[in-house]
Design a binder for this molecule. Structure first.
Ligand code: FES
Length: 118
């Protein structure tokens, strides 16, 4: 059961245990369910409002899952990723720390989610 800690300089940290079946949920869905005030807009990977920084906090190897095509486009547009970084992520098969909360699906790893990130 992954442990997800939401952290913001504007709010008290909140740690939750993602329940079984949550591997289909996005970070934004989990945040909303647990009253974590991550800003959002389109909820469709297009506006970049839900930008968060995600770091693994367990000793297990980083999982995270690949970025969606929409994340790649938006993160590049808002200057959080360069094409070279995107190319390197594909070779290394590792996600970037920058993610869109409405696109990143929870995996079986303990993570720290920092917001707001702008
Ligand atoms: Fe618009 Fe996530 S809410 S990209």
């Amino acid at each position: 059961m992954p442990i997800i800690t939401f952290s913001s300089p504007l709010h008290k940290d909140k740690t939750i245990y993602a329940a079984a079946g949550s591997h289909k949920q996005t970070i934004l869905e989990l945040a909303k369910e647990n009253h974590v005030p991550i800003d959002f807009g389109c909820q469709n990977g297009e506006c970049g409002t839900c930008l968060v920084k995600v770091m693994a906090i367990s000793l297990k190897e980083r999982m995270g899952g690949p970025l969606t095509e929409r994340e790649r486009i938006v993160l590049k547009e808002i200057g959080k990723l360069t094409q070279a970084e995107i190319d390197k992520m594909e070779v290394d098969d590792l996600p970037s720390a920058w993610r869109l909360a409405c696109q990143m699906v929870v995996r079986d790893e303990d993570i720290l989610v920092e917001y707001p990130s702008r």
